[in-house]
Write a protein that binds this ligand. Structure first.
Ligand SMILES: NC(=O)c1ccc[n+]([C@@H]2O[C@H](COP(=O)([O-])OP(=O)(O)OC[C@H]3O[C@@H](n4cnc5c(N)ncnc54)[C@H](O)[C@@H]3O)[C@@H](O)[C@H]2O)c1
Ligand SMILES: O=C(O)C(=O)C[C@@H](O)[C@H](O)[C@H](O)COP(=O)(O)O
Ligand SMILES: [Zn+2]
Length: 373
């Protein structure tokens, strides 16, 4: 049943501020909201899992609001964030004659959002885009904040642009068709928001995570809480000159694992890499004497209870050795003057940016983690 959506505002300069609407039924009612942006045509970018579920409803709604609408489809999974698929999406949108004043609509998870957003940033040197996220991960994180891009064989998200959406429509009913595995993966980013700066939210997650999974009122509340947290960070530090790097908690390790597993979603998806990365970031913090071992244990226990991996040994096909993980981390966008930057923690909800981390200390930690049973 559709109810009035929750609304979160992202405050940005230059008339680039936008709303995130969160609620059930937003795909079917997207047309008038997108038409209000003033476009005449919409290029919907989606994947072959999401297309049969939601693309026609979205197209019908757009056409009902007077927009010409076409669909460009890519295969599902992380491998679609590639140079080849990027070219296909750009050419598909050009074939639809999407003009400068039109709009690209990303309908799907974070893969589609990052890929379509980068295509929108590049097409005719920039057209507007709207995010219609349909995975938990995309609703709580990737649809907000304007990071768009693709992967290189050399590293995760290394090619991209900052390009903010004009509107985000998070239809939480669409999560009813999401697989358990992808729900869990998205939940890693939900927990991340508590771990970064809000212990009370992490404790709320510990008490309410099952309601998020089952589609209770906790789901919309969690999406809104994460979007509010991210909107605040993005408003204060849009281009990651400082504070925004905190949103990378768990990602230095996680992105390295995604590269090592060849962006193969059958082996590891982003949220699973983040879950292992969160657990590693807290165990590394404990090893450095920054936080207590009980905090690291509490983080790993909760993620494991929600069905997420927390150890390198849980990567199907293996996580490689410490040197290959360090090589992958060397491409991290937070590297400065060749030195690694990690997001570490003094406790739950007390994360901080730690530049200049010694490679030997990371190697010793990874060697021990890989050797642990
Ligand atoms: N730009 C950012 O700020 C940001 C933030 C976090 C993550 N990301 C990126 O997001 C990507 C991960 O996103 P994801 O976890 O959504 O992965 P995804 O886009 O691959 O979606 C997960 C899977 O669920 C399917 N799916 C999506 N919605 C569905 C629905 N409603 N019903 C049934 N199936 C559905 C998809 O087809 C896919 O197979 C990664 O590439 C990551 O780097 C970007
Ligand atoms: O929005 C951000 O900033 C984030 O770091 C959110 C992350 O969850 C996300 O995975 C992001 O794509 C990582 O960014 P990157 O700059 O490390 O590629
Ligand atoms: Zn992420």
């Amino acid at each position: 049943m559709a109810t009035d959506p929750l609304s979160v505002h992202v405050d940005l300069d230059g008339g680039r501020d936008y709303d995130i609407l969160i609620g059930r039924g937003l795909v079917a009612s997207a047309g008038p909201r997108i038409a209000a942006l003033g476009a005449r045509a919409a290029g919907i970018v989606t994947d072959t899992n999401v297309a049969p579920l939601y693309a026609e409803a979205l197209r019908t709604s757009l056409e009902g609001a007077g927009l010409r609408a076409g669909i460009v489809t890519v295969p599902p999974g992380e491998a679609s964030k590639s140079y080849g698929r990027f070219a296909e999406v750009c050419d598909g949108l050009l074939a639809l004659k999407i003009e400068r004043n039109d709009v690209v609509v990303a309908l799907g998870g974070g893969v589609v959002g990052d890929l379509a957003g980068f295509a929108a940033a590049s097409l005719r040197r920039g057209v507007r885009f709207v995010q219609v996220p349909t995975s938990l991960l995309a609703q709580v994180d990737s649809s907000v904040g304007g990071k768009t891009g693709i992967n290189s064989p050399l590293g995760k998200n290394l090619i991209g642009a900052f390009h903010q959406p004009r509107l985000v429509l998070a239809d939480t009913a669409s999560l009813d068709t999401l697989s358990e595995r992808e729900m869990r993966a998205g939940y890693a980013e939900v927990a991340k928001y508590g771990l970064i700066g809000d212990e009370a939210f992490f404790a709320w997650c510990e008490a309410h995570w099952q309601g998020i999974f089952s589609g209770g009122p906790e789901r919309d509340e969690a999406v809104a809480a994460c979007c509010r947290a991210k909107a605040g960070v993005v408003t204060r530090d849009e281009r990651e000159d400082g504070e925004r790097a905190l949103l990378n908690l768990g990602h230095t390790f996680g992105h390295a694992l995604e590269r090592i597993t060849g962006y193969d979603s059958a082996r590891l998806v982003h949220g699973e890499g983040v879950a292992i990365g969160l657990a590693l970031a807290f165990r590394f913090s404990a090893r450095l004497g920054l936080c207590g071992g009980q905090d690291a244990g509490r983080v790993a226990n909760h993620l494991a209870l929600a069905g997420l991996p927390t150890r390198l040994q849980q990567v199907p096909g293996g996580a490689g050795d410490a040197d290959s993980l360090l090589d992958a981390m060397a491409q991290d966008k937070k590297v400065r003057d060749g030195a690694l930057t990690f997001i570490l923690a003094r406790g739950i909800g007390q994360s901080f940016i730690a530049p200049g981390i010694d490679r030997a200390a990371v190697k010793a930690f990874l060697d021990d983690e890989l050797a642990a049973g």
